[in-house]
Design a protein around this ligand. Structure first.
Ligand code: PMP
Length: 321
């Protein structure tokens, strides 16, 4: 679908995956006006199930607004997405944990060398089947490296948006982490580099004295849809949930933290087994998956898979004809 100032969004088409042509002067290539989303569709018998898709489109429009990209009608996008996944139903794997990954994104295509909000854009959705994140169905605790030099986002910046540039800015730290044997980067706040923000592609939760605690949204953390859903689910299951600032000292020195886990569309819930900060490395839950993490994972994936009733109305079923 294309955008121009005179026509607004127009030319919505579904076509086979193919290369696209953009000008070498397209603004996205120079000034980084690009926003994306990530979501999944599941095949369950004769239905396709989307999970809270309206949340992704709402978040995309918040990202768009921050990057001065025109709003896209969320209802129209949901309708388009339903048509698209129904058409591609044969590509959606049916195994446990398998899904169709959905990547909506918008880029500035106006050919113009000079910094201004572009006058032309392209919105696209691409799809790819993905296997189960945990191959053998066992949750695998991850090793996390706390970045103490670079920051991912600052207050007033674009941290809350799913802006492509946020990921470009995180790559050097990600490379350093993997060279040191860690799978994910844990980002600290951009002011004092002291308070926990989020992991490279996940939000983060701590079990402190039996309470489920996560950093409060402060404008620089991405408001994850899994984060929001896990907060609702944990409360529903009777856990006490708290959103507040958590310092790195609290994480390193607290004897009260029994579990840590990340949340995101790809992994759903990922237990954290080890955290490395400067010279120190600490082990969480004996490097194993904690019982609250496992409980939330089982309940959440059960709701997604339709094996546990969905009291929240999160599942959006798409009829397949
Ligand atoms: N933080 C970042 C930086 C991410 O890229 C993601 C993945 N979208 C998340 C958190 C988790 O968000 P969600 O639960 O919506 O996938």
């Amino acid at each position: 679908m294309d955008y121009s100032v005179d026509k607004g969004w127009h030319n919505a088409v579904i076509q086979p995956y193919q290369n696209i042509e953009i000008s070498p002067s397209a603004q996205v290539l120079h000034y980084g006006q690009a926003v994306f989303e990530g979501m999944k569709a599941y095949r369950q018998g004769e239905s396709i199930v989307l999970f809270r898709p309206e949340e992704n489109f709402k978040r995309m429009n918040r990202s768009n607004a921050r990057l001065n990209i025109p709003e896209v009608d969320g209802e129209c996008l949901l309708e388009a997405l339903k048509q698209l996944v129904a058409l591609e139903k044969d590509w959606i794997p049916e195994g446990e944990g398998e899904s169709l990954y959905i990547r909506p994104f918008v880029i500035a295509t106006e050919p113009h060398l000079g910094v201004h909000a572009a006058l032309e854009y392209k919105f696209m959705i691409i799809l790819s089947p993905v296997g189960a994140y945990y191959g053998d169905e066992q949750l695998m605790p991850t090793r996390i490296y706390v970045e103490d030099e670079y920051v991912r986002a600052v207050r007033g910046g674009v941290g809350f948006a799913k802006a492509a540039g946020n990921y470009a800015a995180s790559l050097a730290a990600q490379t350093r982490a993997s060279e040191l044997g860690y799978q994910q980067v844990l980002w600290l706040d951009g002011v004092e580099q002291r308070y926990i923000e989020e992991v490279g592609s996940m939000n983060i939760f701590f079990v402190i004295d039996g309470k489920v605690v996560t950093p409060e949204l402060n404008g620089s953390i991405l408001p994850g849809i899994t984060r929001k859903s896990i907060i609702q689910l944990a409360e529903h299951l009777g856990y006490e949930v708290e959103e507040r600032r958590i310092s790195i000292e609290e994480v390193l020195d607290s004897e009260h933290i029994s579990e840590i886990f990340g949340t995101g569309t790809a992994a759903v819930l990922s237990p954290v087994g080890f955290i490395k900060y400067k010279e120190r490395e600490i082990k969480i839950s004996g490097g194993q998956t904690g019982s609250i993490t496992q409980h939330l994972y089982d309940q959440y994936t059960g709701i997604q898979a339709g094996t546990i009733p969905d009291p929240f109305g999160w599942r959006v079923e798409v009829p397949v004809t």
